[in-house]
Structures are given as structure tokens and as C-alpha cells.
Design a protein around this ligand. Structure first.
Ligand code: ADP
Ligand code: MG
Length: 367
């Protein structure tokens, strides 16, 4: 059977179904942002993520330091999404021959920056060689008071659906990087062609000129002016720990929560399927940054589709009881995008013109 027939989620389900938890200390196993383990007075949260070169990142768009930072944030974000406090990281790397010691230093500089920011200790990992690209595995641990953890499965009918920050911005940042890369390669291909022609004609002067131009292309400066925010969101995501503090201050505990890394649609799908409910999301409530809208227009893309399906937002999605609306509505950077409905009503997107569509989740699929 081909893996693509099951897809990522089907495959995880299949694995999960073939195991049972037998240790009394296993409070919550496979299926949420992190597992929950009873460690006496506290619960320990643990989560792991693997990042593969060519699949999860492309080193033509991201440097080693930002990659390290982002890898650490991936783990930290999952702990926060359980309403926990991140405490430790373990990071494993598999390195191909082309990497230098300086590259590894840069990667760990990024990891250190994230560790400092969230007061997390790097306490272990593993190091191996790789025939192909770079692989990074981040395991994050955290703490939570028993009962404080917020799962994906707790949403109730009439709950308000909230998200932090803005959506689709990192995805637009990636589009921008890809566009600039194709400009660079376009210029390179053009010069290579001209050099070949000059060589065939025996025109030494032209050949020298094009060779010089090609070496100057190494200093190619991509045009990112005015788009810095898009890049920052793609290269240096911020796991929004502030929202957990704000909600605690307001005396509100979300009924369900998860981080938005695969796109809002996909994450809503997880919350709705695990909470056995549906949802109505309003297109005109999706938080979209101005630069994202401009860039989407330039690229002829539907900005709502980007906000619903773009990856790497590292924002938080959560539901709160409708009775808590007054307590949360004034929180800066929090956006109410819809509400939870009965399961049989399905997951719906209400468009600006009042039409209703099914919200489809994409997720990862094997090629
Ligand atoms: P996230 O986007 O938060 O990383 P995933 O969709 O990767 O979440 O994983 C969903 C759940 O499935 C998590 O609880 C994770 O620990 C579990 N999981 C993913 N892959 C495997 C696997 N190969 N074996 C066991 N559990 C897995
Ligand atoms: Mg994962």
C-alpha cells in the first residue's frame, strides 16, 4: 500500500491505533501538540519534531542561524500550545560532508538565541552523519500544573474561535524569497547562454565581459525593501507566549488550543475532529497584514487562501467559552475569527459575499 493513500494523518492514526498506554504516568499520549506525563506535583510535557532539508526547509532561503532558531521555536511552540512552560530542549543533527564547523556553530547560535529568549536549557541530543541533506530533530520538554494543560479535544458548541497575530505572512515571505531566487537564477541562466554564444563565436572580449558579470552576480542583492516584515515572519517566527500570560491575567482558560504551523484550516480540522464539533469561520475576520495583502495581490494569489493554508505562522489557535467574550475581547493581537458549531454542521468558511464553503484541510501528503 502506498503511503500517499493514507496521508500523514492516516499514517499517524494507524501507528497510534497499534499501541496502548500501559504506564499510569502516561496522562496523554499520541494525538496532541505534546504528550503529558505525570511527574508528581507537576506534569511534564514532551514533544518532538523532525526537520528534513528539501522537505521542511531549503538552505537557499534560510541561513543556518535562522534555521536553528526556527527549529527550536517549533518545539517551544508545541509546549506553549499545551498551555505549558517550555523548560528543556534536546536537539539531534545529521550532517552531510558539505557542512563546516562554522555552519554547525551558526545553527547552534540560533538555537541558543531561542533558548535564551524562552529560558530553556539545551540538555542533550545526538549527532550523526548523513549521505544526503541536513536533518534536525528537536525534542522539547515543558512543565504544566496538573489540570492546566489545554488539549485539542476540549472545544464546545458556541465557543469562540480565536487566533493571535496575523496569518499567511510567513507564507508570503517564502513566496518573496522564491521570487528573488528565480530572478537570480534567471540572470545566471541568461549570462551562461551569452557566454556560450561568445565562446562559439570566438569573441574573447564579450566572453570576458560576461564572465565578469557572472562573478558580479555573486553580490546579487535581492529586492526586499518594504517587505522586511514578511521575511522576518518566515525566518524568525515568534511563538506567542504572551497570549498565555494575557489569558491567565484575564482569568480565562481556553477549552482547546494548538499552534498554527500547517495553516489555520488544517489546525481547525484537528480541533474539530478531536472535539467532535464543527465551526464557522468568517473570511472578513481573518487577520491579514497589509504587506501580506499587497504581496498576494502582486502574485495574483487569493490572500484568504494564503491566510487559511499558508504554513509557518507560529501563531496560536484556541477556543474560549462564549461567556468569556467580554474578558478576552480587549486583548491586543487577539482576533475572533468564528465560532464552534455542532459536528453535523461541518466546518464552514463564510466568505465576504456571504457564501458558504467547506473548509478543507491540506496537511502533508507523500508524493
Ligand atoms: P505537530 O504539528 O504538533 O508536530 P503532528 O501532526 O506532527 O503534530 O503530530 C500529531 C500527533 O501525532 C502528535 O501527538 C505526535 O506526537 C504524534 N506522532 C506523529 N508522528 C508520530 C509517529 N511516527 N509515531 C508516533 N506518534 C507520532
Ligand atoms: Mg510533528
Amino acid at each position: 500500500m502506498e503511503i500517499k493513500e493514507l496521508g500523514e494523518f492516516g499514517l499517524i492514526d494507524r501507528i497510534a491505533r497499534s499501541f496502548t498506554n500501559n504506564n499510569p504516568s502516561t496522562v496523554l499520549g499520541i494525538g496532541d501538540d505534546a504528550a503529558v506525563i505525570n511527574a508528581g506535583d507537576n506534569h511534564t510535557l514532551v514533544t518532538t519534531d523532525m526537520l528534513m532539508e528539501g522537505i521542511n526547509f531549503d538552505l537557499t532561503y534560510i541561513d543556518m542561524e535562522h534555521l536553528g532558531y526556527k527549529a527550536a521555536v517549533t518545539g517551544i511552540s508545541d509546549i506553549l500550545a499545551m498551555n505549558g512552560t517550555p523548560t528543556q530542549l534536546l536537539v539531534s543533527v545529521a550532517l552531510g560532508k558539505r557542512f563546516k564547523v562554522e555552519d554547525v556553530d551558526a545553527l547552534y547560535n540560533g538555537i541558543r538565541r531561542a533558548c535564551d529568549k524562552w529560558h530553556v536549557d539545551l540538555v542533550g541530543g545526538d549527532t550523526s552523519a548523513s549521505y544526503t541533506g541536513l536533518a534536525i530533530t528537536v525534542t522539547a520538554m515543558g512543565l504544566c500544573k496538573p489540570g492546566d494543560e489545554v488539549k485539542r479535544s476540549g472545544a464546545n458548541v458556541t465557543d469562540i474561535v480565536c487566533v493571535t497575530g496575523d496569518l499567511g505572512t510567513a507564507y508570503m515571505g517564502l513566496q518573496l524569497l522564491e521570487r528573488e531566487k528565480s530572478v537570480y537564477y534567471g540572470k545566471l541562466a541568461d549570462l551562461n547562454k551569452k557566454m556560450k554564444e561568445a565562446e562559439a563565436k570566438g569573441d574573447k572580449e564579450k566572453l570576458q565581459q560576461f564572465t565578469r558579470q557572472r562573478s558580479e552576480l555573486n553580490d546579487f542583492q535581492p529586492d526586499f525593501a518594504g517587505r522586511e516584515y514578511l521575511l522576518q515572519r518566515e525566518l524568525q517566527p515568534e511563538a506567542p507566549s504572551w497570549i498565555l500570560e494575557k489569558l491567565r491575567e484575564a482569568g480565562v482558560k481556553p477549552t482547546a488550543m494548538m499552534d498554527i504551523t500547517d495553516g489555520l484550516s488544517s489546525e481547525l480540522h484537528h480541533i474539530c475532529s478531536q472535539s467532535h464539533c464543527g465551526c464557522r469561520i468568517y473570511e472578513n475576520k481573518l487577520p491579514i497584514d497589509y504587506q501580506t495583502a499587497v504581496m498576494a495581490e502582486e502574485l495574483n494569489m487569493n490572500v484568504s487562501t494564503c491566510a487559511l493554508n499558508g504554513g509557518d505562522d507560529y501563531e496560536m489557535l484556541f477556543t474560549v467559552p462564549v461567556g468569556d467574550y467580554e474578558k478576552v475581547k480587549g486583548i491586543d493581537g487577539l482576533h475572533q475569527v468564528g465560532y464552534i458549531t455542532k459536528e453535523e454542521l461541518g466546518m464552514k468558511l463564510v466568505t465576504r459575499d456571504g457564501n458558504e464553503f467547506d473548509l478543507t484541510a491540506q496537511g502533508w501528503k507523500a508524493e
